[in-house]
Write a protein that binds this ligand. Sequence first.
Ligand code: PLP
Length: 355
Amino acid sequence: MSRPARAIIDLAALCANLQRVHTCAPTQHIMGAIKANAYGHGAVRVAKTLESNIDAFAVRCFEEAFKLRVAGITRPIILLEGFFSPDELPAIIEQDLQIVVHTARQVEVLLNTQLAKPVTVWLKVDTGMHRLGFAPHEIEPIYRRLKRVAKKIRLMSHLACADDRQDETTVKQTEIFLTLVTTLNLEASLANSAGILGWPQTYVDWVRPGIMLYGVSPFPDIVAKNTGLQPVMQLESTLISIKHLNKGERIGYGATWRCPQDMPIGIVAIGYADGYPRHAPSGTPVLLNDQYVPLVGRVSMDMIAVDLRSQPHAMIDDPVILWGKDLPVEEIATLAGTIAYELLCNVSSVLYYQQ
Ligand SMILES: Cc1ncc(COP(=O)(O)O)c(C=O)c1O
């Protein structure tokens, strides 16, 4: 038997989450964010599963898109950061990819390159996130220049604070964006998962769900099941060792956790090299035989220790779940001082797919 650490990907849950997007935004086109290997879930398999019910996919770069094309994905694919260097353009056009254009440099390259075919451009508007994109007043002149070389031009902007349903930033960003969309009368996209679930005024023509497809709530104060989403990934492993330690003995690197009494300790084959967060503190819940036991001591590269006092009869090979339907990844992320996005993207365990 091989090392038991693995992530189980529930494809039915993935489809149900896409259906949730359709229910929220029934008349909009859907561009699924499957960048970063579909947030750790395996981009090719995710794309193949969603392809018949989705309008487009969004990835970070040509290399991610190319893998999808090689695997036979024919839906439109948008490069969210566009091209990084002019020599990518021939391949981008050959693979029929769409590009986000967000810098003056990209505009100049497009205007000064003989393209084999015109390309579809998503002009990125910086409505307040101040990450990528042109200031709203710069868009119209750029649009007029690019019209000469682009097949189609659409507008895109990104929401900075939509995960906080009280934050006025989203209202302001939406107003700025909708004014521009109306002036130029172009197809447009604004809403990410938090926009889709919390801000219907952000829908416009295309919505861009990412994290909600994977069954994770984009809101820090609402768990996934209360947003009608189903977790897609279960990270699991097994107990590979059990030892009986004496009161006062200490566990793992740095010897940070001391046994308060004579007690059994279990070692699980999972660690930060698998994507389990190193900063998960002692006390972080782990599901062993369907019951919670606390992590104790530091997370190692490929192992963690758990307190087995509540399960004295646990045995080697017993199943362990690190996150999944009964242990939200959001909860583990919070305890580790990060967000579920990061934990999912970092998973490097073997992926198994369930229909
Ligand atoms: C430009 C853009 N659109 C959409 C998304 C999807 O966001 P979320 O995963 O929060 O739905 C992302 C993700 O970071 C993004 O960068």
